[in-house]
Each structure stands twice: as structure tokens, then as C-alpha cells.
Design a protein around this ligand. Structure first.
Ligand code: 5AD
Length: 349
């Protein structure tokens, strides 16, 4: 699909066209990756962050956040829960926390590999090449790093770099691929200043970069952030501004399935947050094939508030697991077994 067609779909409001889009995406999903929904146990291991991203609730300068870093034993307990629920993958996610030392995490990765057959996904921000290499050598399989937007200008406006460094997520994505990780990326939809043109470029970049897993969620304003405090009125003037709605998020998700048919696409927590009733199901029936139930210990959940009212904050691991299983079965899909590796990588290998 070329850019003009992507743009047309992004802008359409026609009900008939939209149901056609959902149908095409759902068909492509079924045909290319099947009916299985793979579950990934998400453990938010630390909310410390060295960065000051304009939209994120756990940004360094938000001092209303109490910071935590899980202990090795706490992490291993959540890893065991992941195995107990029958998932094939554990995701270790955190802010860009340099208190997470190379060797400390290396040991956790090795321990997890030794004790379980789980695939390990890391999502720890823009770490140095040497860290990425050490963790890959220790057994980590995948790395998630969203590029958030392909517009360099918009990216720079909301991602202040660390002193003396350049923030180049595309360079990191290339490195990850070279080192042998399965590579995940993605974007937020509806960032103030983001245009339809930007979104069409983002979708094309997923394909150009040959990304294996693509996470797409709506931007949700957080009141303790510079971007969240900007009044919508001041940014919504332009008719080019994309809204941070469920509808637009689903369009991007469906178009991503059509342009990158083999990839893994999660139905994200942010999507489930802006439509609590059936956001998760909409994602799954419009192209997604992955869900990442939150298995973070209950006491830490509300401290990992990247955006407000995050779905899953009011549950424990057992509740998240059974609610998500029910949602998947209710729409006639099956729960995947095994690691759920990206079909995109398998084809490339
Ligand atoms: N709204 C929506 N998504 C957010 N993220 C961070 N802050 C927000 C927000 N306010 C997303 C980013 C990041 C991922 C882990 O969470 O896309 O990559």
C-alpha cells in the first residue's frame, strides 16, 4: 500500500469504508499469523528514569512519583508467575534506569533462561551498545524500543537527549537487529503536533525498517508533564493534527497489519485504557495478535504511571490473567502456546 492510499484511509470517516478496513485487516491477520493470541507477561521492573520525555508520567523531573526498583527475588517471582500462567514470553520493562546495572540484569536473564523456557523481551530505553550486547549474550531474545514518531522535528521537541548525547532510536534499532535481537518498535497516535502525513510515514517506516513487532497506542495526556499541561485547544487548530482517539489508533493498527502482514502486533494497554469496555477486543479484531497482561506486583502498579488511569492498575496478576483470557475466548480467538516468535523474522531467517 502506497502513501496516498494510506492517507486516504487515515482520513476516512465513512462507516462502510471503515468496516471494510477492519475486515481486510482481520482477514490478513488470520491468514498470515492465525487465530492464536500470544500472551506476554509484562513486569515493570523499575520506574526510575534518566530521561525527560515531554509526555511520560515517569519522566525524571516528575518528583511526585515514588520510585521503585524490584529486587532480583521479586522479579524471579513474577517470572515464575509467567510460567505458571502458561505464557511463552516475559517482558522486562522499565524507565531508562542506569541503576539497572549491566551485570545485575545479566544474572537475571541467565537465571530466567536456566529455570524456564521463556523467551525474554527487554524494554529498557536507549541503553548503550555494550549493555545490549551483554544482555543478548546472556540470552535475551527481543528488544522493544518505540521510535514514537518518524518526524525528527516532532521527536526532538518531546525527547530531550541526555547531556552530550544524541537520541537516535533508528540507529539503536539497527544495532539491535545486527546483534541478533528480534526487534520491536512502535508509535503513539495523537501526539500534539503529529500530522496525518507523519502517521503515513510512520507506517511506511515499519515496513522499510523490517520491524518484527509493532506497538501502537493512543497518546494519553498526563497532567504532570509539559505536554499534558498544554491545552488541546492550542494544538488542535490545524486540521492536520491527528486526534488521539480509539478510531485513529485502530486505523493505524489495521493499516500496519496490511502493510506488514507477518509482524506481531499487540492490542495495547493504552488502547484498553481509552476504551475500557472493548478497546482490547477492537485491537484484536482489527489486526492485533498479541496481548501483554501486566504481572507487575500489585503494590508497584500505580507507581508505573506513564499515563493516567492505566487499565490494569486496579488488579493483581491473577485478575489480569483471567480477565484477558476471557476477553480473548469471548471473541472466538485461541490462546497461543510456545514463544510466539515473529513470523516476520522466521521468513527472513
Ligand atoms: N500516553 C501514551 N503512551 C505513552 N507512553 C509513554 N507515555 C505515554 C502517554 N502519556 C508509551 C510510549 C513508550 C511506551 C512504553 O509507553 O510510547 O514507548
Amino acid at each position: 500500500m502506497e502513501k496516498p492510499e494510506i492517507l486516504e484511509w487515515l482520513r476516512t470517516e465513512d462507516e462502510g469504508d471503515l468496516s471494510r478496513l477492519w475486515q481486510m485487516a482481520d482477514n490478513a491477520r488470520r491468514e498470515k499469523v492465525g487465530d492464536d493470541v500470544h500472551l506476554r507477561g509484562l513486569i515493570e521492573i523499575s520506574n526510575y528514569c534518566a530521561r525527560d520525555c515531554g509526555y511520560c508520567g515517569i519522566r525524571a523531573s516528575n518528583d511526585s512519583v515514588s520510585r521503585y526498583r524490584m529486587t532480583t527475588e521479586e522479579i524471579m517471582e513474577s517470572v515464575r508467575l509467567t510460567v505458571g500462567y502458561g505464557y511463552g514470553t516475559v517482558v522486562l520493562q522499565s524507565g531508562e534506569d542506569y541503576g539497572i546495572k549491566t551485570d545485575w540484569l545479566t544474572e537475571i536473564i541467565k537465571k530466567t533462561k536456566k529455570e524456564t523456557g521463556l523467551a525474554i523481551t527487554l524494554s529498557l530505553g536507549e541503553r548503550d551498545d555494550s549493555d545490549l550486547l551483554a544482555w543478548r549474550d546472556a540470552g535475551a531474545d527481543r528488544y522493544l524500543l518505540r521510535f514514537e514518531t518518524s518526524s525528527r522535528e516532532l521527536y526532538d521537541r518531546i525527547h530531550p537527549p541526555l547531556p552530550g548525547r544524541l537520541s537516535d532510536r533508528f540507529a539503536i534499532l539497527r544495532t539491535l537487529r545486527q546483534i541478533g535481537y528480534e526487534v520491536g518498535s512502535g508509535i503513539m497516535v495523537g501526539i500534539p503536533g503529529q500530522t496525518y502525513d507523519c502517521l503515513a510515514n510512520d507506517i511506511q517506516l515499519f515496513r522499510e525498517f523490517d520491524i518484527d513487532m509493532i506497538g501502537i497506542g493512543p497518546y494519553i495526556p498526563h497532567p504532570d508533564t509539559p505536554l499534558g499541561r498544554t491545552l488541546r485547544a492550542s494544538t488542535a487548530i490545524s486540521s492536520d493534527q491527528v486526534p488521539n482517539t480509539e478510531l485513529l489508533t485502530c486505523k493505524v493498527l489495521a493499516l500496519t497489519r496490511l502493510t506488514c502482514p507477518l509482524v506481531n502486533i499487540p492490542s495495547t494497554t493504552a488502547l484498553a485504557t481509552i476504551n475500557r469496555a472493548d478497546g482490547r477486543e477492537h485491537g484484536l479484531s482489527r489486526g492485533a495478535n498479541i496481548v501483554m497482561p501486566n504481572l507487575t506486583p500489585r503494590k508497584y502498579r500505580e507507581l508505573y504511571e506513564i499515563y493516567p488511569s492505566k487499565a490494569s492498575c486496579d488488579e493483581n496478576a491473577d485478575e489480569s490473567n483471567s480477565r484477558i483470557r476471557n476477553q480473548i475466548c469471548a471473541i472466538g480467538r485461541t490462546i497461543g502456546s510456545g514463544r510466539g516468535d515473529s513470523h516476520n523474522r522466521k521468513m527472513a531467517a
